[in-house]
Design a protein around this ligand. Structure first.
Ligand code: ZN
Length: 308
């Protein structure tokens, strides 16, 4: 069985338990981004540890920290947060988030250097430490799969081929998901080692089925964010995916990468929301324990174990 790399080193996929496939625990966003949107700075180890403890208390055992280098990843701080909550495994990401955050850097840096750095994060360690990433990120912009987006996808595919680690992408508002998956597959990445984030921003069940039929995972992570549509619509989407026999290709997360989403900063819904309120509502609305186990435990385990 393939191992899973965490901040504390490799573990067996059987140890993952209840998993949130896309989160942020500590973010120091680039200065230009902070100036136009200060609601991205998750920069207190104490508050992050406090928030992560609520996830642990709700039964959460693994969390994927999807902050890439261009969005302000800080490996030492994430390690400190993870070490404060020993019940939870934290998986770090290598690779790059999206062209918008890369700015001019996306054009200036050679693709070969980006591949080298991504592989180093996965095999040697991040930023001079021996702490390794366990997933690879890449991303594209809204309805746009342009030059830099394609470059980030190629970097992720090349790093995957050298390391075997799975890929979790960023989609902007759930667009370009099929295109990302198709390009990664064309570049030789097995479909079952690809997961597309934020796909419930665009809850188009037919499109999701078309992607899942490739064998690729769809990440749903907009729960508790009414600004992205009502919860009922996300729950019907999951129900329809299960009814069409593709529920095993859905991964659950919450992507709470803003202090206004965290109770530790006086916001909401909070890092335990999916495991407490949402899971309770799913039970009340007829999701079985078997379906909940599939969504929260079995599918992320299969993805990280690199099983088809
Ligand atoms: Zn995110």
């Amino acid at each position: 069985m393939n191992d899973v790399m965490t901040t504390r080193g490799p573990i067996s996929p059987t140890e993952l338990g209840v998993t949130d496939y896309h989160e942020h625990l500590y973010v120091e966003p680039p200065a230009w981004l902070h100036k136009i949107d200060p609601d991205f700075a998750l920069d207190s180890v104490e508050k992050s540890a406090e928030e992560l403890k609520t996830f642990a208390a709700a039964g959460g055992r693994t969390l994927v920290e999807m902050t890439a280098v261009d969005f302000g990843r800080n490996v030492e701080k994430i390690k400190a947060v993870a070490d404060a909550v020993p019940q939870v495994h934290v998986i770090l990401t290598a690779g790059y988030n999206r062209p918008y955050y890369m700015g001019r850097w996306g054009y200036a840096v050679a693709e070969s250097d980006m591949i080298r750095d991504t592989v180093r994060d996965l095999t040697v360690g991040i930023d001079g430490t021996s702490i390794k990433a366990g997933v690879i990120k890449c991303g594209t912009e809204y309805n746009n799969f342009g030059e830099i987006g394609r470059k980030l996808v190629r970097v992720a595919a090349a790093a995957h081929k050298e390391t075997g680690r799975p890929i979790i992408t960023h989609t902007t508002a759930g667009t370009m998901g099929y295109e990302q998956a198709a390009y990664l597959i064309e570049l030789g990445v097995p479909a079952h080692l690809i997961a597309l984030s934020h796909m419930d921003r665009n809850p188009d069940v037919g499109e999701h089925q078309r992607i899942a039929q490739l064998g690729t995972y769809l990440g749903y992570d907009c729960f508790g964010k009414a600004k992205y549509g009502p919860e009922s619509r996300r729950l019907s989407l999951i129900r329809e995916m299960i009814q069409s026999g593709l529920g095993h290709r859905v991964l659950m997360g919450n992507d709470l990468g803003r202090p206004s989403y965290w109770r530790a900063y006086g916001g909401g819904p909070g890092l335990d929301y999916v495991l407490t309120s949402l899971r309770q509502r799913m039970r009340e609305e007829g999701f079985t324990e078997g379906e909940l186990n599939m969504l929260f435990i079995e599918s992320p385990r299969r993805f990280f174990a690199r099983e088809t």
